[in-house]
Design a binder for this molecule. Sequence first.
Ligand code: SF4
Ligand code: SF4
Length: 348
Amino acid sequence: MTEYIVKESNLTEFFQAVSQNRTLLSPVGQGEKCRLEPTTPDKIKLDFANTHLSPKASFFPQTERLLAFHKDKSLPNSNVYQDLGDKAQDCVLFGLRPCDAKGLTVANKVFQNDRFVDPYWKGKYEKALKIGLACLKPSPQCFCAAVGGSPFGEQGLDVLAYVKEGGLGLKTLTEAGEALIKSTKAESASLSNEIQKLEQEAYGLQKAEKDSYKVITERDLMEVYNDPHWPFTAENCLNCGVCTFFCPTCHCFDIQDEQSEKGGVRMRNWDTCMSSLFTLHASGHNPRPTKVERVRQRFMHKLKYIPIKQDGVFGCTGCGRCVVMCPVNIDIRDVAAKMCRPTQTAKV
Ligand code: SF4
Ligand code: SF4
């Protein structure tokens, strides 16, 4: 849509304007403590690599109260679950990395689609304006280019920002983004050539080749599923689930009813396909009885099943969090390379 610049000296005023009547969320803290949190316009950081946790928790909290009931018979509706109401607030997220914004769109299609809509996700997701911050220097573990992304990717964003000499460059991507930036004193500019140049430079800094995993989406599903590498790929896995909890697109959850003498709540908690309990049936049967099936499920879901359901879009955005966090160094890039090659030449 339109391009703008904000001078360094006007940045605090700019963030004040975009967060007028909205909560401002942006990465705060350093290293392992860098996370998306409510902050103030004067504390915005522009020099972080990536947030430790993905932004999904802002829309799909690790634990969330859905319904509640009381047991006081002297009051109306005793022992009847009541909706706790939509507590979503208007907010603006500044500093989403393009991979994370894309990850939110993958999860959004899970929580809102033509079969059903999750009201808890919808309220939060739709009340959030999303300003991305392009990656000028991708981290060593990043591989967004290999899975169809870009350090300057625009998917899922209202505005894409990047750090430029003397301030911020901005490109509006939706009507809401355009209206937001127009409400500030950002100055119109022509940035397409600079954006193109910086994007090519950032691609060049990633070790991953552009679209190098696309071949997985073209391979026969059962061939990839039955490949002999899976028992070897799964061998070291602890089924700790860390990879799924850090992942911006993982969305498994469990619903629990908790109660006391006075009442109860229905909670939704993150769960993980890496846990044997996740698929354990009440009968005792478990369709994914060993870690081989569970590890295969995780990678097949990310790189094969989600692309089938979401028009070729991978369920992995290349953020690299699972690469860094896995305690036994299972690297999705190695697994993807195995999933790319024809079975007859597969080496474990
Ligand atoms: S983080 Fe590593 S060890 Fe833990 S479940 Fe994931 S792949 Fe397995
Ligand atoms: S699978 Fe790993 S690299 Fe891919 S989006 Fe999830 S955490 Fe990031």
